[in-house]
Design a protein around this ligand. Structure first.
Ligand code: ACO
Length: 309
């Protein structure tokens, strides 16, 4: 019965076994994973938009090639994670419909605009840096297909983080105007990148996700890890560190001020600067691509008939 199944399931999780698609799992586990994996996949896909905005304006051929490669990687991550989520019994079509109807979410960070070329570097450094911090522990997530997908995704994210940091490093060695641009990108994107880790632990009931080992660390633990790694990198770039961010000798961590959680929830609920723009772009892409899907289906149908003949 269910109680017995659930006890056995938890015992497998406690023994660090992976749960696979055909294994018994509690409905809540399945639902949580579909929610998280679909949101994650949507984030990868929507995350292509703020960067795609800069492909035609990349300052050199080299930068353009790197940017295009990175954006293609993000598309791959999205498709990879949608496939992983489909093993839980929800179709990709359903997940995409839920995104377009506003039912499913994607990361708040992609509702902030990329206004300058330095923003593109800062997205690589901060946004992909935060994504890696969050996703390395997901390589040990209890759901096998998700954990395995994360291994490759993290390797590619690591390249994304480095290319972003390297492009900012080039800019801070440049003119005063370039240095100012990097500082401005950091000042604007640092706080939203900390919000990527989700609401504070104090808002949360004891987490079922932790017990199921979907999550291995709390939102605040990962946020702190990211701040501790990022501030020395900002110092190396010669940037001015935001007010209130100070090294604490007693804790061996950086203290930082409370984030603007009202802003966070407003962006989650759809009131960010770019929410409408992002969703409209996705809806338009699906509508305008309909003829390609129809043509592919018609071609497949024709092949089938020819093979049968
Ligand atoms: N943006 C949008 N929604 C968020 C964010 C965020 N930055 N942080 C939390 N939320 C949502 C959660 O999805 C949840 O909403 P729901 O229950 O309505 O679906 C709600 O806020 C409460 O948050 P938590 O209880 O902390 O949610 P959860 O346990 O899922 O933790 C986290 C949130 C850390 C983002 C988790 O879902 C996760 O690790 N996701 C996988 C990684 C991911 O999505 N990365 C995208 C980043 S960008 C990229 O990879 C390209």
């Amino acid at each position: 019965d269910d109680a017995e199944n659930e006890a056995q399931f938890q015992a497998r999780i406690d023994a660090e076994e992976f749960i696979e698609p055909k294994d018994w799992m509690p409905e809540g586990y399945r639902k949580t994973l579909v929610r998280q994996m679909s949101q994650h996949a949507h984030s990868e896909i929507v995350g292509m938009l703020p960067e795609g905005n800069w492909v035609t304006r990349a300052p050199t051929l080299k930068r353009k090639m790197i940017l295009v490669a990175k954006i293609q990687d993000e598309a791959g991550h999205g498709l990879y994670i949608y496939s992983g989520a489909e093993t839980l019994g929800t179709s990709r079509e359903q997940m995409v419909d839920d995104l377009h109807s506003g039912k499913a979410k994607y990361s708040t960070i992609f509702n902030y605009p990329t206004m300058t070329w330095a923003d593109v570097g800062a997205v690589g450094w901060l946004v992909d840096g935060a994504a890696i911090t969050n996703q390395i522990p997901l390589c040990r997530c209890s759901y096998g297909p998700y954990a395995r997908a994360m291994i490759r995704v993290c390797k590619e994210e690591s390249f994304h983080q480095r290319q972003g940091y390297e492009s900012l490093l080039a800019m801070v060695k440049g003119t005063d105007a370039q240095k100012k641009m990097v500082q401005d990108a950091f000042d604007r994107l640092f706080w939203p990148s900390l919000m990527m880790f989700g609401p504070p632990d104090s808002d949360q009931p004891p987490s079922q996700n932790m017990k199921w080992k979907i999550k291995r660390f709390t939102n605040d633990e990962l946020r702190q890890r990211f701040v501790d790694a990022t501030i020395p990198q900002a110092e190396f770039l010669g940037l001015k560190i935001p007010e209130g961010v100070v090294w604490n000798e007693d804790t061996n961590h950086y203290d930082f001020p409370e984030l603007d959680w009202d802003e966070f929830w407003a962006v989650v609920k759809g009131d960010g600067v770019c929410n409408d723009d992002r969703l409209n772009s996705r809806r338009k892409a699906i509508d305008e691509g309909a003829w390609v899907r129809e043509a592919a289906e018609a071609y497949a149908e024709k092949q089938k008939i020819q093979q049968a003949a």
